[in-house]
Design a protein around this ligand. Structure first.
Ligand SMILES: *Cc1c(COP(=O)(O)O)cnc(C)c1O
Length: 365
């Protein structure tokens, strides 16, 4: 089987994890947590990092730290993973959805302004599948309407927008280190910010809102246990040492697919570049000309032992949100088509060139 993802661990992963076990530092108190926060925030170009148990947890904290709550509206794409919508709804706020750009699969920045109301408090940007969202228009809207910007950079570690790191733009940026991301800590995530107060809030919220001063076990606020363990951070530190190679390899896999599949009829391939970025190919997606074609292709690849994943399902079509009466009149034809016709092929860092060649040849077949 060629799995849809397999991580790559070719550095100090075992050495550092072993160190945790040999020293007994396995909880979130160990020294790798701080090191991972410092190293990763420096790499992205933000002042502060807060390591957490996963990327979705980072979004929960981001929303809470910015005091987004009841009655607030938060703009986000409809075509994304469900995490940002969960975080906003759990906080009592309302997601306001944005249609997708057909060629980049990112949210269409041209329709955002028409969705801004007096209740809009923030925009959550999600960089999808390896190409960044066009940030300049969004930064302009945030200035003009005084909105917070949360950048979900979980799929773009090391990607840049006009030469500047993704994850360096938002009031808060979040990353995930799930094993299919560019670097992994097994499970894990991080919040980055330049704001000392937001950083303090984030560190408090991840730790059951324990106070740093005064008597222990007296709490003034709600919090979560979203701490990252030293074991996870050890893995993360080792992976980060090789991030440049990981990114180069991702781009290399993406280019092999682009070249190998350029004559494939009936499928839209990812864009190689936009005026502001070269694709980092977090995953290599294909959009079939019809839903039947998508289903049939996934089925046939599976018979040939090639793993696939369908694209995200739109937020406005999620049964869980429909049941809540949300997004009743929302229709986003481009996003709906992507969700139905799109899928991605094995794109993990652990794939070999021979495996890429096999996937290409089976797709042609
Ligand atoms: C992976 C991912 C997340 C969630 O990260 P977890 O660590 O799996 O919770 C959030 N947003 C995007 C865009 C992602 O791809």
């Amino acid at each position: 089987m060629i799995p849809v993802n397999k991580p790559l661990m070719i550095g100090n992963e075992l050495k550092y994890v072993r160190e945790c076990i040999e020293t007994g530092w396995v909880s979130s108190e160990g020294p790798f947590v701080n090191k991972f926060e410092n190293d990763f925030s420096k790499y992205i170009g933000k002042k502060y990092g807060t390591a957490v148990s996963n990327g979705s947890a980072a979004l929960d904290i981001a929303v809470q730290a910015l005091c987004i709550g009841k009655g607030d509206e938060v703009i986000m794409p409809t075509f994304t993973i469900i995490s940002p919508a969960f975080s906003v709804l759990r906080a009592g706020a309302i997601p306001v959805l944005i249609e997708t750009d057909e060629s980049t699969w990112n949210m269409d920045v041209n329709v955002i302004e028409s969705k801004i109301t007096l209740k809009t408090k923030a925009i959550i940007v999600v960089h999808i599948y390896g190409l960044p969202v066009d940030m300049d228009p969004i930064l302009e809207l945030c200035r003009k309407y005084n909105l917070f910007l949360i950048e979900d950079a979980a799929e773009v570690h090391g990607q840049t927008y006009k030469g500047k790191m993704c994850g360096s733009f938002g009031d808060i940026a979040i990353f995930s280190f799930y094993p299919n991301k560019h670097i992994t800590s097994g499970e894990g995530g991080m919040l980055l910010t330049n704001d000392e107060n937001l950083d303090k809030k984030a560190k408090k919220l991840r730790n059951l809102a324990f106070e740093t001063e005064g008597r222990r076990f007296i709490h003034n606020e709600f919090g979560w246990n979203y701490r990252m363990t030293n074991l996870q951070a050890a893995l993360g530190v080792a992976q980060l040492e090789n991030i440049n190679y990981h990114i180069q390899r991702k781009r290399d896999i993406g280019k092999q697919y682009l070249i190998g599949l350029k004559d494939l009829k009936g499928f839209q391939l990812p864009k190689e570049k936009t005026p502001y970025a070269d694709n980092i190919f977090w995953v290599f997606g294909l959009v079939a000309e019809s839903e039947e074609r998508q289903k049939e292709t996934i089925k046939k690849l599976n018979i040939s032992k090639i793993g696939t994943r369908p694209f995200f399902w739109c937020m406005h079509e999620q049964p869980v949100f429909k049941k809540m009466g949300l997004f009743k009149n929302d229709v986003y034809p481009i996003s709906e088509k992507l969700a139905r016709n799109g899928f991605y092929i094995p794109s993990g860092l652990g794939i070999t060139d021979e495996e890429v060649a096999k996937v290409i040849s089976k797709l042609h077949e």
